[in-house]
Design a protein around this ligand. Sequence first.
Ligand SMILES: [Zn+2]
Length: 102
Amino acid sequence: MAKKRLPKCLRCKRVQFARGLCRSCYEAARHLMRSGQKTEAQLLEKGLILPAKRMGRPKSTTGENEERLAQLEKEVETLKAGRNVLHTDGYHGCQPMPEHPA
Ligand SMILES: [Zn+2]
């Protein structure tokens, strides 16, 4: 049974949420940055937070994410297309149309 190992938080043993931290540690780090007690650079330097993924992507893990992103983008396009079809079909959402002119 190969269970997928979830990455653990840098500061505690909980499952990572973002930037190498679990949700509560991430919120705490964000709070430090927002309140000006620490800069992101300081946290990065001390290894308390990981750099944002979109900056330097590690080569080994890009494939899966890219694929997923492409899939999501496709889904969005499909949804958009679907809405357009509905629109041209005479469906106007919240706009009341008493009688459809022939
Ligand atoms: Zn944590």
